[in-house]
Write a protein that binds this ligand. Structure first.
Ligand SMILES: *Cc1c(COP(=O)(O)O)cnc(C)c1O
Length: 427
């Protein structure tokens, strides 16, 4: 049945039978009992589906993953211990030593490090392209050994909206899938599969959890990429896996299940980046109100951005929903109901003025976090990027006066009053 996404937030993924718990049960068990070794053997051969060890699969996690798959309109999903693990698995499930990946340059800093430093050490090469590059530049980034394209719906912290359709077209023209990090938009505001993306990843730590309670991640497969028609590019999916009795994932599980089954059977088995069932339960509580919170996050952010845009102690404001923002047209296309709750702006007077502003905030908390029910903010020049001088900051697109302000779901008037009194301290 085709339900509205708001209903899926509340009820998706888990449907109790007669007399069963209304809330998703937390299956706090590392292992599962079987009557015969033959029964268990079938699970190890991927001949039957079922649970035998929580490092690979756990019912609580699967209920929550199923909800996120429904929210994104995908065919299969898996939870991971963090967003970083989700990004890593999504690429490593397709590419290995000697392969190459094209990525948008405006991605989360942690993802950039993962790609440019750690995965490079594993022998995977990345080419970073600006999201607004020309089609020629985009196509020129591909090589014969390119295995995927990666981008973020709304980049953290640059707040650049990706032209998903254009990146999907380019990926498909070169026979590879598009992976989208949809953390900031959430499926409530954007469903990348509708625009041609093939795989979606999330840091569920952000809006999906929404209450700063648990670090987590998720990978969702659209089920639409036809692996077998690009079998030469994806031997891991399209030829026998010797570590699983010669199973060929794309044959046995089809386009709908191959990607997530391989990620579970190989990557979770070997790397073990599982989400604890407790955290999955907390994540689901967050998902139950995601549709309501996103609406409020966006309303508050637009009110704050509008207020900042005429303030005499503010040099510039970046927020995709603000008319005149460089990404406004893309936001109207991909995020018609609002983008996210994060606003960046430049405090007039540079690094010292930004520091002073932060010091005077009373309601907004200084945190290395975003996308929380409680308003929080960060001055990158003084925190995540504090080793850099002003010149180095500029080179990576972060100016010394930049403040990343993550609007929570409090009252917009209270947030604005707090910002106003803190900016007044700079006069
Ligand atoms: C936070 C974040 C990540 C990393 O997620 P963790 O859960 O912290 O590992 C990845 N992508 C985006 C867009 C993020 O904001």
């Amino acid at each position: 049945m085709d339900r509205h996404i708001d209903t899926t937030c509340v009820q998706g993924g888990y449907t109790p039978g007669n007399g069963e718990p209304r809330q998703i049960p937390i299956i706090q068990s590392t292992t599962f009992k079987y009557d015969t070794s033959e029964d268990m053997g079938k699970l190890f051969d991927l001949e039957a589906s079922g649970y035998f060890y929580t490092r690979l699969q756990n019912p609580t996690n699967d209920y929550v993953a199923a909800k996120i798959a429904q929210l994104e309109g995908g065919t299969a999903a898996m939870l991971t211990s963090s967003g970083q693990a989700a990004s890593f698995f999504s690429v490593f499930n397709l590419a290995g030593a000697g392969d190459h990946v094209v990525s948008s340059s405006t991605i989360y800093g942690g993802t950039y490090n993962l790609f440019a430093v750690t995965m490079k050490r594993m022998g995977i090469d990345f080419t970073f392209v600006p999201p607004d590059c020309s089609d020629e530049e985009l196509h020129a980034a591909f090589r014969p050994n390119t295995k995927a394209v990666f981008g973020e719906t709304i980049a953290n912290p640059a707040l650049i909206v990706l032209d998903i359709e254009r990146f999907a077209r380019a990926a498909h023209a070169h026979g590879v899938p598009l992976i989208i990090d949809n953390t900031f938009a959430t499926p409530v505001n954007c469903r990348p599969f509708a625009w041609g993306a093939d795989i979606v990843v999330h840091s569920t730590t952000k809006y999906m959890d929404g209450h700063g309670a648990g670090v987590g991640g998720c990978i969702v497969d659209s089920g639409r990429f036809d692996w077998m028609s690009h079998a030469d590019k994806f031997p891991g999916l399209c030829s026998p896996d010797e570590s699983y009795h010669g199973i060929t994932y794309a044959e046995k599980f089809g386009n709908a299940g191959a990607f997530i089954t391989k990620a579970t059977a190989q990557l979770m088995r070997d790397f073990g980046s599982i989400q604890s069932p407790q955290n999955a339960f907390l994540l689901n509580l967050g998902l139950e109100s995601l549709h309501l919170r996103m609406q409020r996050h966006c309303q508050n952010a637009l009110a704050v951005a509008t207020f900042l845009s005429t303030h005499d102690q503010v040099d510039w404001v970046s927020y995709p929903d603000l008319p005149g923002d460089k990404c406004h047209a893309l936001a109207q296309k991909y995020l018609p109901h609002g983008s996210c709750g994060v606003v960046s702006f430049g405090v007039r007077g540079g690094r010292k003025a930004a520091e002073n502003f932060m010091k005077h905030l009373r309601l907004a908390a200084i945190e290395t976090h975003v996308a929380d029910a409680r308003t929080c903010c960060l001055h990158p020049a003084n925190a995540t990027h504090r080793q850099m001088n002003d010149q180095e900051l500029k080179a990576c697109g972060i100016s010394p006066e930049l403040v990343r302000f993550s609007c929570g779901i409090e009252d917009a008037g209270d947030l604005i009053a707090d910002i106003d009194q803190a900016l007044a301290a700079n006069r």
